[in-house]
Every structure is written in structure tokens, then in C-alpha cells.
Design a protein around this ligand. Structure first.
Ligand SMILES: [Fe+2]
Ligand SMILES: [Fe+2]
Length: 306
């Protein structure tokens, strides 16, 4: 079997709330930040050309790694559902997503499950973690790493997540050849002077890395959160490669957004990664990437902007 999956990162649809009550608590800080920065940084009106391209590529799967919104407002989720609607219709049952920290931004958004409820038109509900076969020999695992965490922006694995994964693994009738993990936060962050590198962002990730290491399969860890597109070879689990899809609608160093995303192509020979982007004023581009060795980072952000 073979499939092509497109991996799309942080879209960050935003809306300045009309109701001042929405400014209380953390949302006050979020909106202050939004007003001075994100409104100019994230070009939500370019979602249309991005979605057209996702549809035109006729991939088998669309995989979204979270941060659909900025402050988890219902209006922001509805904007995301509306913008992605045509792609969801074309890929009915083949659009998978996990929430980011901005989709769990407030206690209320967490408790009333804003992500699940407002994205229901495009996203059939599944429990957490979920397990979905992408084809005969590749399974995807979806993790909700989002948690309300005050002023911080880290994620956290739930105590039962890895237990559920071990149970799923034990009960599998046929072991897959590869795994895809979809989680907003990477389980390991590359060190060094990376933009938005604020230290390890997924707390309690050790048990997940232990599990993936014991599985011993080639594993593609699809994430976002850091708004800088890269591939990173896990220094701890030799068979694990991180794919960071970046933020397609975000302006980069004052320039236009690149609308970039990643494609994972799987066939009998294994898997390959291709980066797609649209340079300002030009046609769409795509290029297959090399894969990183353990501990190596391949920068795909500067790559498409040079
Ligand atoms: Fe983000
Ligand atoms: Fe995030």
C-alpha cells in the first residue's frame, strides 16, 4: 500500500473579540499580544490559496498539528472550520488533527472542549489518544498535549496516554512497518539558537520516548508549536524523526507568508518528505528533502526563503 499525507502546522486564526468579557484572565494577555503583533503577523486571508493547494494535491490524508486559533475563541474555531471546510469535504474521514496550546487557551476552552465541539463540522470526534491506520502497514497516533498552564505555553502528556499506547500496541493483530505520531509539541526540542526555542515543551515526554524506542519502528513525529519549519533527528531514539510544519500563514522577517507545509509519501520502499511553499509573487514550489541523522536539524524555513 502507498499513501501521501500533507502535514499542516500552526494556522492561528485570530479574532479580536467584540465582547470585553472575553478579555479577562489569560485572554487579556493573549489579546494584548494579538493586537500588537499577531494581527500583523498572521495573514488569515491567505488561508484560501493554501486550502486550494491542499485540495489540488489530491493527497490521501490531511494531518493538522494544532494551534488552529489564537485564544480559543468560538469565532476563531468557526473561522478555521469555515476556511478548511472545502478540504474537509474532499477528504471526508481523512482529516486528522490534534489541539495546540492556543486551542486549549483558557480553563473554559479546556473544560467545555471547545476544540472538539467547534471543529466537529470538519473533524469527527475520537478519544485521546487516538489510533488510526493510514494504510495496511502505517498507523497514526494522535496525542492531545494541550493543557491549560497559566502563563506558560508548554504541553503535557496525560498519565494514561502511554498506558493506552502500550495496550493498543499489545493488542495489535499485525505490527505496522512505520508509525506516525501527531502531537502539537515535539517530545524533544533541538538545542541551540532556534527562534522560539524555549526549552523542552512537552512535559512528561520521557515515557513516550521509551515506548517509541521499544517499538523500534521508523517513526515520524509530526508537530508544530515552534513557528519555524524543520526536520530533526531524535538524539535519543534512533528510528525517530521530527517533522515541524511551521506556520504557513505567518509573515517571515517582514516578508509574505510562504504558505508552506510538508508532505509524507509512503510506499513499498519506505517514506520520503517533501516541502511545499509558495514564494511571494511566484508559483508553488516543492522539493524532496534529505533526512536528518541523530541530533541533526535541517532548517526548512530559511531554505524556502533564500
Ligand atoms: Fe503556534
Ligand atoms: Fe503552540
Amino acid at each position: 500500500m502507498a499513501f501521501r499525507a500533507l502535514h499542516i502546522g500552526d494556522l492561528h486564526f485570530w479574532r479580536v473579540p467584540a465582547n470585553p468579557m472575553h478579555y479577562w484572565g489569560k485572554r487579556l494577555l493573549g489579546n494584548a499580544n494579538l493586537l500588537v503583533r499577531r494581527r500583523h503577523q498572521f495573514r488569515r486571508e491567505l488561508a484560501g490559496p493554501l486550502v486550494e493547494r491542499l485540495i489540488a494535491l489530491e493527497a490521501d490524508w490531511l494531518l493538522f498539528s494544532g494551534d488552529f486559533t489564537t485564544t480559543a475563541l468560538p469565532a476563531e474555531f468557526e473561522m478555521a472550520a469555515r476556511a478548511l471546510g472545502p478540504a474537509a469535504t474532499r477528504h471526508a474521514g481523512r482529516l486528522l488533527a490534534v489541539p495546540g496550546n492556543h486551542d486549549r487557551y483558557t480553563a473554559r476552552a479546556l473544560v467545555d472542549r471547545s476544540f472538539e465541539r467547534h471543529l466537529a463540522p470538519i473533524l469527527p470526534e475520537r478519544g485521546w489518544p487516538w489510533f488510526v491506520p493510514l494504510d495496511d502497514d502505517v498507523w497514526a497516533i494522535g496525542i492531545d498535549g494541550g493543557t491549560r498552564n497559566g502563563l506558560s505555553c508548554h504541553g503535557r502528556l496525560k498519565p494514561g496516554d502511554v498506558v493506552a499506547m502500550r495496550t493498543w500496541w499489545r493488542e495489535l493483530e499485525q505490527r505496522p512497518r512505520e508509525l506516525v505520531v501527531l502531537c502539537h509539541f515535539p517530545a524533544e526540542d533541538p538545542g541551540g539558537a532556534w527562534t522560539h526555542n524555549r526549552g523542552p515543551q512537552l512535559h512528561e515526554a520521557g515515557a513516550l520516548l521509551d515506548f517509541l524506542g521499544e517499538c523500534g519502528l521508523p517513526t515520524w513525529f509530526l508537530h508544530g508549536h515552534h513557528h519555524h519549519r524543520w526536520l530533526y533527528g531524535s538524539p535519543r531514539v534512533p528510528s525517530l524523526v521530527y517533522l515541524n510544519a511551521g506556520a504557513p500563514l505567518m509573515r517571515w522577517k517582514g516578508g509574505d507568508p510562504d504558505l508552506g507545509f510538508l508532505e509524507l509519501t509512503h510506499d513499498a520502499t519506505g517514506s520520503r518528505v517533501t516541502v511545499h511553499w509558495r514564494p511571494s509573487g511566484a508559483d508553488w514550489q516543492q522539493r524532496q528533502t534529505t533526512l536528518p541523522t541523530a541530533g541533526e536539524v535541517i532548517d526548512l524555513q530559511c531554505f524556502v526563503h533564500t
